[in-house]
Structures are given as structure tokens and as C-alpha cells.
Design a binder for this molecule. Structure first.
Ligand code: HEC
Length: 193
């Protein structure tokens, strides 16, 4: 009888633990998304870098990077709600290659300008936060210097995307989106398993 209680108790505990781990993981992603969104809205503030640094203390890299996933997977979409871009491009990671291939036309800009600036500011906030989330457990060859360089490339690309839209330099949007997209793949080839 005692043994059985122990087993039942153990199972109940295991179940409670596994559900709470899932809850924490979900909250982590949602929390990161909300934190990044809040920071992105202040991308032009003088305190932006400092604000990102303090926000980073409560964040982890994986959930922050998860914000790049499609809207349907819990990431940011493109624009306030689904439908602005095709469903298979409705996330930053999915939309960037399309933007770097096609750029923005003057005709698209009325509809896409603001959402692209919003996206760029979110990427900028993610890059700024990531400066403080270097995965230091990785081999030393994958140095912190390289991490900061690649993050800098992500910041420059994001700023250039926003500036190009703001100055109606549509050819520049395409080029800057290409640079931004390269920062993702270069960093993943070094730091992501
Ligand atoms: C400075 C390095 C760096 C840059 C730049 C970078 N990433 Fe990442 N990214 C990582 C690392 C490291 C991981 C793995 C994180 C982990 O699993 O802990 C990752 C993971 C991801 C993931 C998976 C998240 C998940 O849910 O597991 C996505 C999506 C992603 N990155 C998209 C992007 C996009 C899009 C860009 C460019 C706009 C980008 N990343 C730029 C380092 C980087």
C-alpha cells in the first residue's frame, strides 16, 4: 500500500513538474516577445541600449530568438495582424529572404512601409538584447568578439532597412534586407548547433 502511494505520488509529481515546465517555457517565449516589442517601440530613445541591457537580465537567448519564428508559431508576424503578407512569410525569419529578393516598390510602401520599420526595430531590439546573451558555454573558438561582431551586423542591417524605408530609398531596402539576412545565417553557422 505504501509503495503504491509512493508510485502514485511520484507520478503525480512528475506530471505536475512536466506541466509546469511547459508552462514556464511558454511564458518564457511570450514574455520575451512582449519584452522585445516594448523595447522596439523605444528604439529611437537615448536610453535604448541601456534599456535593452537591463531587460536582457531577465531573458534567455532561445525564447528571444523564437520571436523570429512565424506568427502561427508564437513569433512576431509582419504587421498588426495576419494577412498582410502570404501566410508562409508571416514571420521575420520567413519574410527577410523575400524582402531581400524583391525589396519594396513605391507602390507597396504605403501598405508595407510601417510594418517593415516595425520589423526592423524589433530586430534591432533583439540584437541589442542578444549582445548580453552570448552563449558562453560554447567552445572558446566561438568567441564573444565574433558574437558581438555578428550582432553588430544584425543591428546595422536592421537600422539600414528602417532608414531606407524612411527615406523612400526602395533599392536600399532590398540591399539592407540582404545584409540583415546574411547576419542571421552567418551567426547560425558559427553559434547554432
Ligand atoms: C549573434 C548571433 C546570432 C544572430 C545575428 C542571429 N541569431 Fe538566431 N540564433 C542564434 C543562436 C545561438 C540560436 C540558438 C539559440 C538556442 O537554441 O539557445 C539561434 C536561434 C534562432 C532561432 C530558433 C529559435 C527557437 O525557437 O529555437 C530562430 C528562428 C532564429 N535564430 C532566427 C534568427 C534570425 C531571423 C536572425 C536574423 C534577423 C537571427 N536569428 C540572427 C544566434 C544568432
Amino acid at each position: 500500500m505504501k509503495m503504491r502511494n509512493l508510485v502514485v505520488g511520484g507520478l503525480a509529481l512528475a506530471f505536475a513538474l512536466s506541466t509546469s515546465t511547459v508552462a514556464i517555457a511558454l511564458q518564457g517565449k511570450k514574455g520575451a516577445l512582449e519584452a522585445v516589442d516594448k523595447l522596439a517601440k523605444k528604439a529611437k530613445d537615448a536610453s535604448f541600449a541601456e534599456d535593452c541591457k537591463s531587460a536582457a537580465k531577465g531573458l534567455e537567448l532561445d525564447p528571444v530568438m523564437h520571436s523570429f519564428k512565424p506568427r502561427a508559431r508564437g513569433g512576431f508576424g509582419i504587421g498588426g495582424k495576419a494577412g498582410l503578407v502570404p501566410a508562409n512569410q508571416d514571420g521575420i525569419e520567413a519574410y527577410l529572404p523575400a524582402l531581400s529578393k524583391k525589396g519594396l516598390s513605391a507602390a507597396d510602401a504605403g501598405k508595407m512601409g510601417e510594418p517593415v520599420i516595425e520589423m526592423a526595430n524589433r530586430v534591432l531590439a533583439i540584437a541589442e538584447v542578444s549582445d548580453h546573451l552570448w552563449p558562453e558555454s560554447k567552445e572558446s573558438a566561438k568567441s564573444k568578439k565574433k558574437w558581438l561582431e555578428l550582432n553588430q551586423m544584425m543591428k546595422d542591417g536592421a537600422k539600414e532597412v528602417a532608414e531606407a524605408v524612411e527615406t523612400k530609398n526602395y533599392a536600399g531596402v532590398k540591399k539592407a534586407a540582404g545584409k540583415l539576412n546574411t547576419s542571421c545565417s552567418e551567426c547560425h553557422s558559427v553559434f547554432r548547433d
